[in-house]
Design a protein around this ligand. Structure first.
Ligand SMILES: Cc1ncc(COP(=O)(O)O)c(C=O)c1O
Length: 456
């Protein structure tokens, strides 16, 4: 009998996060202040984040202890299971071995609670009473609602309006955990009101919802802001995924040739691949392929320039060096709401620039085709975002069939799609459409990049 699940005992759950920063071949370019355009210091970030997270953002410590209170909550769903996709392999008739690390078994249904719980903990430690955040389709908002519930914090969520209107179930999830949710653009912030005066029908975007949440946080003493992706400390918290997977792949007596994952801001995938990258950087596994997958509708890595840009629409968040489609770019309404972001994590961008990781862009119809194939073999209904990983993993497994090579493919499966069934319905009834890369709109957005001092 070949094993299907690789299950780590609670007592073997990793107790440290891995920080890639000291191992980077070149340091990250510094983030800049949105007003002065000068490198930003810890004090500049203090109105937004608790000091513990600001220190993690710039830490050069290779390993950071996971606080016991955070571990205790992690243990309510972690360690997550590593699966071998025997049924998918058989259906594809491939000699490839396919594994997937499945984060959909957290209470919120994705990897996002790995950082939400940690962020809620550090805010609570520093006496913060209330958090403001944004959410696209609701994955991040629901994770943060769960994190705040565990630590008794109030939460206000600015939810991108198109999702707020079309996807009420995640809003109800957030409200059930005790959060307050408003559609963005809202009438409650200057950023929201300004957008509504220009476009009363604006469907919203993640960049704009971030502006609203940042404005909320800086205008109140009892509130801090929280971001669910992109930042170094968020990627750090997600490395528990890869650290667990390394132990589980050892149990399976396997080592990946290819690791594949979707990237919106890059947190789930970086959480999986950064611990493996150690072996690539040290020369132990120089040929390891790490493939980031993004939507053709928002192809940040594959089509954007690597340059300084704002993290949000209104230009209130720090300016970071990243691949970007321009902070004013509003991506077409693909179902993978979590991948509709104009930028990319500075760490992921830096590694891509250095040629250590690869990127591919996929259309949503073939992406859902892969999702349905996975549902009909492995049984799991996958979120639209990780359906992107499935497309590329299946294509790589089919290449193995042609070449006869038995490669080991590891999928960073970030969550289930139980709240995305309308998207599956569109696919199954033939109504789902692909969106071409909106070249003109990107060109227009790139004309609004911030000017930064020479040499940066
Ligand atoms: C299930 C799932 N996967 C992936 C993503 C993309 O985010 P990130 O790139 O930070 O993992 C999201 C974002 O909401 C998500 O909900």
């Amino acid at each position: 009998m070949e094993r299907t699940k690789f299950i780590l005992d609670e007592k073997d759950m990793p107790t440290q996060w891995y920080n890639v920063q000291p191992d980077l071949p070149e340091p990250l370019p510094p983030p800049l202040h949105p007003g002065t355009k000068q490198p930003i210091g810890p004090d500049d970030l203090a109105p937004l984040f608790p000091m513990a997270l600001i220190m993690q953002e710039v830490s050069q410590e290779r390993y950071i202890e996971i606080p016991e209170e955070v571990q205790a909550i992690y243990r309510t769903w972690r360690p997550t299971v590593l699966h071998r996709a025997h049924r998918l392999e058989k259906a594809l008739d491939t000699p490839a071995k396919i594994f997937y690390k499945y984060e959909g078994t957290s209470q919120a249904g994705s990897h996002k609670p790995n950082t939400a719980v940690a962020q809620a903990y550090y805010n609570k430690q520093e006496g913060v009473k209330r958090i403001a955040t944004e959410t696209g389709a609701g994955q991040w908002g629901s994770a943060m609602a769960m994190g705040c519930m565990f630590f008794g914090l109030e939460l206000k969520v600015y939810m991108v309006r198109i999702s707020y209107n079309q996807k009420p179930y995640r809003r109800i999830l957030m409200e059930t955990w005790g959060a307050q949710v408003v559609p963005s653009p809202s009438t409650e912030t200057n950023a929201g009101r300004s957008m509504l005066s220009r476009d009363p029908e604006c469907p919203g975007s993640l960049g704009l919802a971030i502006s609203e949440a940042v404005e909320d946080a800086v205008s109140r003493d009892d509130t801090k802001y929280s971001l669910g992706s992109v930042l170094n400390h968020v990627l750090l918290h997600q490395t528990i995924i890869g650290e667990e997977t390394i132990k589980q792949m050892e149990m399976a007596d396997a080592y990946p040739d290819i690791i594949v994952g979707c990237v919106g801001g890059g947190s789930n995938f970086a959480g999986q691949f950064l611990p493996w990258l150690r072996d690539k950087l040290s020369g132990k596994k120089p040929d390891l392929r790490i493939i980031c997958v993004e939507p053709q509708a928002a192809p940040t890595l594959t089509k954007g320039p690597y340059t300084y840009d704002f993290g949000d629409e209104a230009g209130m968040a720090p300016i970071v060096k990243m691949y970007t489609l321009g902070h004013t770019f509003i991506p077409p309404p693909v179902h993978a709401g979590g991948l509709r972001y104009h930028g990319m994590a500075p760490i992921v961008s830096h590694l891509y620039k250095l040629g250590l990781i690869e990127a591919k862009a996929e259309y949503q119809v073939p992406v859902f085709e892969a999702g349905v194939q996975f549902a009909r073999t492995e049984g799991i209904i996958t979120g639209p975002e990780p359906c992107h990983d499935l497309r590329v993993a299946i294509d790589e497994a089919l290449k193995c069939k042609e070449s006869g090579q038995s490669k080991t493919i590891l999928i960073a499966h970030s969550g289930h799609g139980h709240f995305d069934l309308a998207a599956y319905d569109e696919y199954l009834s033939g109504r789902l459409q692909d969106y071409e890369y909106p070249e003109e709109k990107v060109k227009e957005a790139l004309a609004h990049l911030p000017e930064v001092p020479g040499g940066l």
